[in-house]
Ligand binder design. Structure first.
Ligand SMILES: Cc1cc2nc3c(=O)[nH]c(=O)nc-3n(C[C@H](O)[C@H](O)[C@H](O)COP(=O)(O)O)c2cc1C
Length: 221
């Protein structure tokens, strides 16, 4: 698969087949992602890959917290404010996703069930937690984004699907305990990995993008 094909084929996958991913493939994906650029080659990424029993225990604990209504508390604070244009795009994506799932926006229970899917890690057989030293600046978060996308494109090459999700890191203390992640590392994002279930209704909705003319300005000949 070439890069353009991988870019076009990648979509956030919210339902997975119960099929394990072999360790060699996981390593190949991370090896490929490791070629990503970073500020002065600092390579700030530290990955913790959870699968099998440890992941299932964590999944159970996440679900328990969610059902008890424990407020998520991510290591990287979530934005408190979005500019109007961005708010609109969030709203559009949310509305379209609910419509595709056949969920009435006023049906709180159905919406809650949809959110719960995040806390069961979309039934993915693997979750990769991308971490970095807490003392690093926003520039290193930029690097974390680069390595994350590289990882997701490499996964695509190996016939695997992914989703980066902030709700996968909603309860960092639980992740830290289960995976022995040192306190000095911020758990930035969780990326679920596995073989997507193309028949699931959760995977039917494909997000749209703004036309290129709207966000590109070419100045000069
Ligand atoms: C930093 C980040 C956090 C995200 N968190 C979540 C999440 O918690 N739950 C979820 O369902 N999707 C999450 N997503 C997926 C986005 O909703 C998705 O990337 C976006 O709607 C575009 O769709 P696509 O990935 O299918 O192209 C997240 C994506 C990013 C980059």
């Amino acid at each position: 698969m070439n890069v353009i094909e991988a870019l076009q084929a990648r979509h956030s996958t919210r339902a997975y087949k119960p099929k394990a991913v072999d360790r060699t493939t996981i390593i190949k994906i991370l090896e490929a992602a490791n070629h990503s650029p970073s500020w002065a080659n600092t390579q700030p990424w530290e990955f913790f890959v959870a699968t099998g029993e440890p992941l299932n225990r964590l999944r159970q604990r996440f679900l328990e917290n969610f059902k008890k209504g424990v407020t998520p508390s991510t290591d990287i604070p979530v934005p408190k404010y979005w500019p109007e244009a961005h708010k609109k795009r969030i709203q559009k994506m949310g509305d379209e996703r609910l419509a595709a799932l056949g969920i009435d926006p006023n049906d709180k229970e159905a919406r809650n069930k949809m959110t719960e899917n995040n806390f069961r890690f979309f039934d993915a057989p693997v979750v990769i937690y991308a971490c970095m030293d807490r003392n690093l600046s926003s520039w290193s978060l930029y690097d974390m984004g680069l390595v994350s996308q590289s990882l997701m494109l490499a996964a695509q090459h190996y016939g695997l699907n992914t989703i980066p999700a902030v709700l996968l890191v909603a309860y960092p203390d639980l992740i830290r305990q289960e995976l022995n992640i040192p306190e000095e590392l911020a758990i930035v994002i969780g990326i679920a990995l596995g073989y997507g279930d193309p028949d699931s209704i959760y995977n039917k909705y494909i997000t749209s993008r703004r036309p290129v003319e709207e966000f590109v300005r070419i100045i000069g000949e």
